[in-house]
Design a protein around this ligand. Sequence first.
Ligand code: ZN
Length: 316
Amino acid sequence: MAKSFASQADLAPKRQKLDRLGEGVYCLTAEGDPNTGIIIGEDGVMVIDARATPVLARELMAELAKITDKPVKYVVLTHYHAVRVMGASAYNAPHVIASLGTLELIKERGQQDFQSEVQRFPRLFQNVETVPGLTWPNLVFDRELRLFMGKREIRLQHIGRGHTSGDTIVWLPEEKILFSGDLVEEGTTPYCGDAYLGEWPATLERLAAFAPEKLVPGRGDALLNADAASRAIDATQGFLREMRHHVEAGVKAGQGLRQVFDATTRALEPRYGRWVIFEHCQPFNISRCFDEVSGIRHPRIWTAERDLEMWKILQG
Ligand SMILES: [Zn+2]
């Protein structure tokens, strides 16, 4: 039987959880839905990833109101994916921060990505009509931005390509807390449709060198000690290397996309099949990986139409 497209059959609400990671540092996780980080400073709040719609953003603000009455001053976009950025307008934050790589991707493919993600994630994009348009950063950095919220130092860094070409991590050097965006996932399949799979593992080596004591992944539960953080980084890296290895072997043997998809999925399923959104991600992941090992360096743009055509070929 044909599998329903992407996350179109995933309609049951997820349980949300607000974890306290340190003094004024929190994250909202939801069983594999995109996570949001919160840092409360002396005169304002930083929100890391805005959520999919203003309605979901307002849910987060209701949680926030239980712990602080300070206004949101900064919204940080760890990358351009619609499911994390389209709620931004609800915060009325004076500063929306992203890397230069992310700004370029929003310009190049933000609109197509938005339309494609709405079709992929109907549950997260309920009330999509409340999205006023694309989210544009108004504060952009190349490699690093250091911010001080009172005495607390916050470092925003682009440490290399991986999940996208503009990934940003947020690092609290004093507390050794790291917000990784989708560079690291916990119990959730890494989405690789726009990825640089040859570079991502090395980016994760640089990320591991921070030696975080707590880590908020892009999806899945927060990792609350150094061992758990390190295991999540290793597991993400292992998945990426294994997938690329199988795809590369298939391409070298002259196999077509469908054959490579079937063989790679069979090989990965025993170990990773239970990770959240595995079936959703694998067609996109293997399509991109197939392109990359075939010499297509820059990920091709996904559109709502291309999504469905690909799905019909691989999962139909
Ligand atoms: Zn993403």
